[in-house]
Design a protein around this ligand. Structure first.
Ligand SMILES: Cc1cc2nc3c(=O)[nH]c(=O)nc-3n(C[C@H](O)[C@H](O)[C@H](O)COP(=O)(O)OP(=O)(O)OC[C@H]3O[C@@H](n4cnc5c(N)ncnc54)[C@H](O)[C@@H]3O)c2cc1C
Length: 475
């Protein structure tokens, strides 16, 4: 079938109205390129307003043999929401589904449209003393967060999106555009297979998420932060253990920042100062405690943190070399400035990986040593969510190193890191960003073939013609 783009677009406009379709190159450009990776050409952008219009888009696309890609806020980091170069993929944007927010105070859940942005949801919840606590340096849509199973910096306390998902409404890209309703909002439900989980973390390749029910949490009434310098990087895990034992569920974040990563921030963001003076420590941990109880109820987090730090400093165990209490805003500013500062220092080869917490230091040590030996011009600027075993092992190929970045060498570096990670450490090649064209080959290489077979069968069942998404989970 030859595809008459203009006729197809006109038909979609007739179905859904002018505002529902974007087709000019100027209008399309903002949707065709991902935040960091992925760029191509879209046939058009469809902007449905509800699940029924999503079904109409699917039927229309099937008739014209067009493929579909869901797009939320386009902040994903694996190119999964970007079109390829064929020009026959339609981006289905959820930006006109940003208004449905319906709070059930007594169930402590909120029903949200897939396009609702995280910040808007939290702005809505705040006067009710509630929040959706998945925290990251971007403002994604709820649908995109579900499809990517977003983690973030407070995962150790609140979990990922999956842990907070109590209901889902999905439309499949099959012949009848099947509508699935899992919107129970129940915390306990063992009445069968929990099918909604199939749509979490599967990069929008199984179905379109149109609405969700999320568990929301009491807004923290207190927050206390400190920057810790472990006596050696190896002792960071002892500090983590000590904090978990002493602070229990109050411990919310335990984020690590390497010396090389912080040096980039201090160089390229001069407004952010090194809180430790002249010398940048080898490793700094940002620890955060939060509580939904006000200090007036008896537990003052600042005092608690101070006590823990004093105990650690005075103990014979010598895990702590230095600590700075307070400065929460400054500390998070430093942590969140890392990614962009690295990009100013050079070409970034990014790895979003995880290993068992007990192996994280051994993995770091091995990587730092091996990478230095093999590619001495690379800087290992790692940072990450030590509390949950997540590590952004970001490598910088500096602009000023005298060697031009080479695609073949970058491929070799990626292959080397993933090989060590998976075969020696049984780690995950995608801790929180999901699977997309950016790392599909790694998925094919390192996911067991029997698991790929099951995933592929599910994908064929739910998305029979492969019309939806940018990822193939089968072999
Ligand atoms: C500065 C920055 C910091 C970040 N930090 C973190 C972090 O700490 N932790 C973390 O986990 N991630 C992080 N991310 C990644 C990113 O924000 C998440 O992956 C995000 O949840 C994607 O949501 P989105 O709405 O932008 O989705 P998009 O980028 O638009 O899409 C992402 C995926 O979801 C699919 N999708 C979107 N909407 C739907 C829908 N309605 N139905 C079905 N599929 C859909 C897309 O097809 C695609 O596969 C960060 C990104 C940036 C830019």
């Amino acid at each position: 079938m030859t595809f008459d783009r203009d006729a197809a677009v006109a038909e979609l406009v007739a179905l859904l109205g002018d505002a529902a379709v974007l087709g000019s190159p100027a209008d399309l450009s903002g949707y065709e390129r991902g935040t960091r990776y992925g760029a191509g050409r879209a046939a058009c952008v469809a902007r449905p307003r509800d699940a029924r219009e999503v079904q109409q888009v699917i039927r229309w696309a099937r008739k014209h043999e067009l493929r579909l890609i869901a797009q939320g806020a386009n902040t994903g980091l694996v190119a999964a929401a970007s079109p390829d170069d064929t020009g026959n993929q339609v981006i289905v944007s959820f930006e006109r589904m940003r208004h449905e927010i319906d709070l059930d105070v007594h169930n402590r859940t909120v029903r949200v449209g897939a396009g609702v942005l995280l910040q808007s949801l939290n702005d809505y919840l705040q006067p009710h003393g509630l929040c959706f606590p998945i925290d990251l340096g971007a403002n994604p849509s709820i649908g995109g967060m579900i499809a990517a199973n977003t983690g973030g910096a407070r995962l150790m306390k609140y979990g990922d999106v999956r842990r907070n998902l109590l209901g889902l409404e999905v439309v499949l890209a099959d012949e009848p555009a099947t509508h699935l309703d899992f919107m129970s909002g129940l915390r306990k439900d063992n009445s069968g297979v929990d099918l909604k989980q199939l749509f979490v973390g599967t990069s929008g390749a199984f179905g379109f998420i149109t609405s969700a029910i999320l568990e929301v949490h009491p807004l923290p009434q207190q927050r206390a932060c400190a920057l810790l310098v472990p006596s050696t990087p190896e002792r960071a895990l002892d500090l983590l253990r000590a904090f978990e034992l002493k602070c229990g569920e109050l411990l919310t974040s335990f984020e690590a920042m390497s010396k090389a990563a912080m040096e980039c921030v201090f160089r390229f963001r001069p407004q952010i100062r090194n809180p430790f003076g002249e010398t940048v420590p080898e490793l700094v941990i940002l620890v955060e405690l939060t509580s939904a109880m006000p200090a007036s109820m008896g537990v003052d987090l600042e005092s608690m943190l101070e006590t823990v730090l004093t105990e650690l400093a005075e103990s014979d165990d010598a895990t702590l070399a230095d600590a700075l209490l307070g400065r929460a805003e400054e500390s998070w500013q430093l942590r969140h400035a890392i990614s962009d500062s690295l990009r100013e220092a050079g070409k970034v080869i990014a790895f979003d990986i995880s290993v068992r917490r007990s192996s994280i230091q051994a993995f770091r040590d091995l990587m730092i040593q091996e990478l230095k030996q093999r590619w001495p011009h690379l800087k290992v600027c790692d940072f990450g969510h030590l509390g949950d075993g997540g590590l952004h092992l970001n490598l910088v190929w500096p602009h000023d190193c005298g060697i031009e970045p080479d695609a073949a060498v970058i491929q070799e570096i990626r292959a080397f890191v993933y090989h060590v990670l998976v075969s020696q450490f049984q780690g995950s090649f995608s801790a929180e960003h999901g699977v997309g064209p950016y790392n599909s080959a790694i998925y094919q290489r390192y996911t067991a073939s029997n698991q790929q077979h099951i995933a592929g069968s599910l994908q064929r069942l739910l998305n029979p013609d492969g019309a939806l998404g940018t990822v193939k989970f089968g072999p």
